[in-house]
Ligand binder design. Structure first.
Ligand code: UT7
Length: 334
């Protein structure tokens, strides 16, 4: 990314997860699994699950309000809202429009972005370009999911992995040399079948048959996604670092997509980044797809794991297949 004019960065973060915790022990009562297997194979101990009446926009709105307060920015200063999600409240209107109304961001354009677990980082890059090009001043980017609504609770291959939550970031102009320094976005649609929600779209509209065949739930080839993930995480981060003129040695804090502790450890190993520099919260929330990176980023910022001048690398992968990485020089004071 050519950062020749305006420097654009994150000026505030926020996150919100539902209160209800579902532990591995509780899942033992639902499917044939064990706390030991889940912890050993994924690192997940518990996840948050939204109440039946709660939708993705409710979580997104709460995360957005916290991020706005953190940035000291009022809702009417926001020019654009981008929500990354694979679990919108409904096909349309977009979650972004529902959030726009909830927070009364009366001057904001709004749209949803679909890049699965890479979605927040895609949104961050898209949003930052609107500011860099002088079109907008302030952009709100949110990753929000209620994956519990599209999980087959009879399928032990998937139901142990996912959770609900939302994370948000406010983007604005920052001091020269800070903010977004390098990016890498990519896709490989030939791997689309590895992770998908087959029914409910125009290919297979919902019917009694699709419901009987459980096609309105997540279907995943876990082993193939795992192989893709361990390869792409390191590669994507290195490309984004190259773009910034930096190397993995420069990383102060790595914020990977929280899918599986073994994937995170493998990425850190490939990058030769010690685990002390890697933000991990997969144990508490499982995989929250588009929400995972912004929740981890917000927790890292609030716990002072990130300080001004730090090089922070976001990197994720997801359905599509997609991947995304963004290198930031952190500009926010504690
Ligand atoms: O955001 C992207 C989303 N997706 C991912 O990130 C998924 C990436 N993939 C993974 O994280 C891992 O592949 C899984 C956690 C899904 C599975 O772990 P694995 O080490 O690859 O296990 P496996 O699929 O090779 O299965 C090993 C065994 C199988 O039994 P057999 O055939 O060896 O008898 C599975 O049936 O473990 C069994 N198994 C389970 N056992 C207890 C699969 N799920 C479970 C379970 N509890 N929940």
């Amino acid at each position: 990314m050519i950062m020749n004019e305006k420097s654009v960065g994150i000026i505030g973060t926020g996150s919100y997860v539902p209160e209800k915790i579902v532990t591995n022990k509780e899942l033992e009562k639902v499917v044939e699994t064990s706390d030991e297997w889940i912890v050993e194979r994924t690192g997940i101990k518990e996840r948050r699950v939204a109440e039946p009446t709660i939708a993705t926009s409710d979580l997104a709105t709460k995360a957005a309000e916290i991020a706005l307060a953190d940035a000291g920015v009022s809702a009417d200063e926001i020019d654009l809202i981008i929500v990354a999600t694979v679990t919108p409240d409904m096909s349309f209107p977009s979650v972004a429009c529902i959030v726009q109304d909830n927070i009364k961001a009366k001057n904001a354009a709004a749209f949803d972005l679909s890049a699965a677990c890479s979605g927040f980082t895609y949104g961050l890059v898209v949003g930052s370009l609107f500011i860099k090009n002088g079109i907008y001043n302030k952009v709100l980017v949110i990753g929000a999911e209620t994956l519990s609504k599209i999980i087959d609770w009879n399928d032990r291959n998937t139901c142990i992995l996912f959770g609900d939550g939302a994370g948000a970031a406010v983007l604005g102009k920052v001091e020269d040399g800070y903010g977004v320094l390098g990016v890498e976005l990519g896709s490989d649609g030939s791997g689309g079948d590895l992770l998908k929600l087959p029914a409910g779209g125009s290919r297979q509209p919902v019917s009694v048959e699709t419901i009987d065949n459980r096609l309105h739930f997540i279907h995943m080839n876990g082993n193939e996604v795992f192989k893709f993930a361990v390869k792409i995480m390191g590669e994507a981060a290195v490309k984004a670092l190259d773009d910034a003129g930096l190397s993995p040695d420069d990383i102060n804090c790595l914020i990977p997509h929280q899918a599986n502790i073994r994937i995170i450890q493998s990425a850190a190993k490939r990058l030769k980044v010690p685990m002390e520099k890697v933000m991990v919260n997969v144990d508490k929330y499982g995989n929250t797809s588009a929400a995972s990176i912004p929740i981890a980023l917000d927790e890292a910022a609030r716990s002072n794991r990130i300080k001004k001048d730090d090089i922070v690398v976001l990197v994720g992968f997801g359905a599509g297949l997609t991947w995304a990485s963004c290198v930031l020089k952190w500009c926010k004071e504690d």
